[in-house]
Design a binder for this molecule. Sequence first.
Ligand code: ADP
Ligand code: MG
Length: 354
Amino acid sequence: MAVVDQAPVPDVMHKPRSHSEFEIIRRFFATPNLSFPREGIELGIGDDAALLQVPPNKNLAMSMDVLISGIHFPLDADPSLIANRALAVNLSDLAAMGAEPYCFTLGLVLPHSDEKWLAGFSGGLEHLARQYNCPLVGGDTSRGPLSISIQVQGLVDNNRATRRSGANVGDKIYVSGTLGDGAIALLALGLDSHLGSEFSLAVSEPSAACRQYFEDAYFKPQPQIGLASAAGKLFSSAIDISDGLQGDLQHILDASEVAGNIRLGAIPYSKSAMCCVSPENRLRAALFGGDDYELCFTVAEKDCVEAESIAKALGVSITCIGDINAGEGIDYLGTDDSPVEATEQAFQHFSATT
Ligand code: ADP
Ligand code: MG
C-alpha cells in the first residue's frame, strides 16, 4: 500500500491546525489500547506534557530512534509492520540497558492524513505496547515526508543499568538468538543492502516459509526484554546489535578498554539463513549487516552456567561466541581456533564494503 500516492481523505494536516488533527490523535493515538493507564503514569496524552512518576530507587532510561521512509523502511510497507518495527527497535535499546519498558512518545510526520494507513499504524503499535505494558503518553504530529520518531522510556534499578563499559578480561562474549537475519531479509524482500553486489541469495527464490521468516525478522524483531530482565544482572556489559556484530562488539570493547575474540564457527544462524545464503554471506550478514536487534553481552566466567540456565528456562537461545582479553580490537578465530587475519581472505572484501 503506497502511503504518499493515496488520495488524502481528507487532508487535515494544514496549518493552522484543524479540528481534525485532534481527531486523528483522539481516534488513532489517545485510544484505550495504546494510551492505556499504567502505574506511575499520572497524565498521558491530552495536555502540554505527560507527567511520569519515577520511583526514587529507579533511573529513568531514555532512548530514541528516527525511522525515515525509503531509508529505514520501504515507503509502501504495511503500516502495522512499520509501527511494529519502529517500537521494537526502541525496546531493543531498553533491553540492552536492562531497563523495563515504561512508556513511549511518538513524533509522526505524514505526507497526508490517510485513515486506513493510520489505523494500520496504530494497530501495529498496540500489540507491542500491550505486550510490554508500555503505553503511548504523548507526541507530535506534523506534515512532511513520512518519518517516525519514537522515544521510549524505561525504568532500571539505580546504578544497575547494563552499560557498554563493564566488560572485564576473562569474561565470555555471548549473543542471543541468531545473527544475520536482518541483513539477509533485505535480499529476501528484494530491498537494497549496503553489503555490496557479492552479497546475494544462494537460491533463486526463497521458499514461502523462508520469505515469511525473513519478513518477520525484518519487521517484527523481538526485543530481548525478557532475557535482559531475567538474566541482565549477570551481564557485565551489553549492546543491542543494530549495525552488525563487528561494529557493535567493538563499541563494548572500546568503552570497556579491552579486546575480544570471536570464534567464527560459533556464530549462530537461523535455518532460513543456512538454507538461503552461502557460508561467506552468512558471515558477512552477521558481522556487517545489522538490523538483528539481538543482544551481544559479556558474562563473568563464574556466572555463565547461571546465565545459560536462565536463558534456557525462558526458551531464549544464547550462544557463547568468544572471550574478552587484554588489549584492543577483535581477533577472529577460524576452525581449530586458528587466527583468521581480518585483513586477508574473506575479510578483505568485507571491510571494503562497510
Ligand atoms: P502542543 O501543541 O501543546 O504541543 P499538540 O496539539 O501537538 O500539543 O498535541 C496535543 C496532545 O496530543 C499532546 O498531549 C500531545 O502529546 C499529543 N499528541 C500529538 N501527536 C501525537 C502522536 N503522534 N502520538 C501521541 N500523542 C500525540
Ligand atoms: Mg502546548
